[in-house]
Ligand binder design. Sequence first.
Ligand SMILES: [Zn+2]
Length: 485
Amino acid sequence: MKRVLFGGIGVVVLLAAIVLVRTLNFTPDAPSTAEPVNFDIDRDTVARHMSEAIKFETVSKQKPSRPNPEPFEGFIGWLESAYPEAHEKMTRTLLDYTILLEWKGSDPTAQPVLLTGHYDVVPVIPGTESLWKQPPYSGNIVDGYVWGRGALDDKGGVVAIMEAATLLLKQGFTPKQTVYLSFGHDEEVSGLDGAGAVASHLRENGVQLAWSLDEGSFVLEGLIPGIDKPVASINVAEKGYVTLQLIAKAAGGHSSVPPGRTAVGELAQAIVDLQNAPLPGGLDGVSGEMYDTLGRHMSFSQRMAFANQWLFGGMIDATITRIPAGNAMMRTTIAPTMLSGSIKENVLPIRAVATVNFRIHPRDTVASVIEHVRTAIDNDTIEIKQLGGNEASKVADTGSASYAALEMTARQVFSDVIVTPGLTVAATDSRHYSTVADNAYRFNPMLVKPEDMATFHGTNERISVDNLVRATSFYAQLLINVNGR
Ligand SMILES: [Zn+2]
């Protein structure tokens, strides 16, 4: 008995020692030294350009209605007059209203790269105009901010890329590799005619990009639980998308004599069964890399958990799952969004339909999601109908020279920052660009805080002039850092 007891204590002590040693070794890598950037950027000019860009109401409405061409043509003309150096040096191709600029590199054998953003914006929700502290298309510059729809998503990125190119051109810089700049006009409604057309155009011209950099995540401050430092999330993949209709059928008839089984009842059960069967999560792939980086910066107890996933994996999974943003990062999500049944209160429906939107983690596919749904609802009488969809993107390499350059540049511009790979949970133009790029990265070099989050597609969107200057520095320094690599 004694021997068993001592044996048991011995095992516990050994396990505790393993947990402790692993925790103590689970620390951030020492950051390589990063020379801070020091460009001579005229804040007033950058702010004025941003303000002018916002004034064009380049609104993307749901298809099939074509956009009102006037503001788009206006924006294209404005870009040319605001950035004459770039337009003189680069070759411009217009694909519908999307602008593609080609900045020829000095070395034709070097693989080209792409910096990109979009200049279309989502509409201001009718009736909310009066809630804006500055009118949404005013571009007013107040207290160090430029106000208006599209400031953060994503005209700020477009302006900063053009400012950076102009800055380098004025310094006489010529890139070794050809640099493409593209500015989409329909990102908010699929990007097919814009980014999709740019990708086709490049493919037809035999161009395969070394990398592309598009909007995606930001430098997040105060947004990741347990982490005080700002986090530059360089997103290396983007989730896929599929919408399924679950269709239950029944005989119908008068509601005064309902049968035991109704279409609505069957459908409701199917939705409950589906929600009770989440797709597998787990800290593998992109999610794993991200938490491996972030976990090292957390408190002792959190580090202990992340460093010992062999022991605490289930607990971590359950904890992250409870946070919607964490859950979305870790697995394919299930979102029932629309329901329909009978047309009248006293008529039993012959058809009840639920529409469910899924955002697909890179480890899953459209086919595997449909299979999961079929198994989860386990009801042959319910038809599953697919409405469009696309697979998750491929995952860009975090061991590449371009990722290293992005990481270094982020450190140079944002100094004490944690750089981590991340996953874009919504859809962006990069799903098109990634088809012609060895590696597609998604990152806006701007600092955002919790109070900024509601302004994306919401009310009181604005960008600080500090952020415009940081982003301009970032793009310029990035092109210097990757030059010839
Ligand atoms: Zn956007």
